[in-house]
Design a protein around this ligand. Sequence first.
Ligand code: TYM
Length: 377
Amino acid sequence: MENEVKVTPYEVKGILDDEEYKRLMKEFGIQGINQALLNRIKKHTKDIHFMLSRGVFFSHRDMDFILNEYEKGNKFFLYTGRGPSGGTHIGHLLPWIFTQWLQEKFKVDLWFQLTDDEKFMFRQDLELDQVKKLTEENILDIIALGFDPKKTHIIVDTKNSKTLYPEAIKVAKKITFSTTKAVFGFTNETNVGSIFFTAMQAVPAFLPSVLAKKNIPCLIPLGIDQDPHFRIARDVLPKLGYYKPSIMHSKFLSGLKVYGGKMSTSDPDSTIWTTDTPEEVRKKIMKHAFSGGQASIEEHRKKGGNPDIDVAYQWLNYFFEPDDKKLKKIHDDYKSGKLLTGELKSYLVDKINAFLKEHQKKRELAKKQVDKFMFKD
Ligand code: TYM
């Protein structure tokens, strides 16, 4: 079967296994995160987040620059974001949880952009009012993850346009239509707002430098689909006198039904939302999670399962089982046939529901904290 892989901010398709991620690294011109880099990060963070040690965050651009500057006393800021096109799913949380860890360990500021303009312009089915509501909902999920209110600045494109627009037009002036066509696959039928949009996503990568009137290094943790925006930004920003932003890329948390894809908002059966009830979570996982187990219990006991293609196992690996020892035992027991698919899924359900119970509590509390996080211009 042909596996045509495509990764852009507006389309992800194909099965992304280790080989494909390696191929993408070549295609994008990005570096793998190796042990030497992990050791260097650990010097400052004391421990290493499991998303790093397990290769969930697997590649980067210019991390050496970030660490060189940090070691000279020149702190970086973090930047990441969300396009509010629907509710938040657990795949979105992956880069944000890692970003929160970086903020805590390096004690740095975070700029978080909500691109309501982007989702309005790209999605024919969404009105601005709806996007506004989704923006408010998404902000609760962000705050619930425990970012430092004193060091976190949430920007909403249409609300903060007074500050963003004058900077975006400087970026836009240096990007041609042929570049955006090549990078994003736009055509003559693409609306002009969408063609302009990447300029808006570039701005937070240098806005703190504009405001501080001095250059500050920027580190952007993101899912790899967002990298193309910053390939353009990295070309343009030095022309405006700013540093190129550095990047750390994560792999995708796959949807439930197919191992190696990207969880997406368009297939609800494949997706766990942050607002799901425990029953909804159990039902979806038990029914839809793609299994690397055997067809019958007898066969499974005899031959064992394949954790490498099992969505439940992968979700534990990427997100829900931070304890390396427990994860290894699950891996080995599943492989030997001692642990059955139903048992593995049930373990995952309990983990997700414990996480969501806490998250939903914090999400409620976040409603009173929003104002502290919003960037005021
Ligand atoms: P959006 O809303 O599509 O996604 C938000 C963040 O979540 C990541 N992501 C995933 N990561 C792992 N597994 C998944 N299944 C998964 N699905 C989504 C995305 O890669 C992204 O990091 N235009 C952007 C918003 C944005 C932004 C940024 C993102 C503005 N500035 C700076 C990253 C960095 C968007 O629509 O993201």
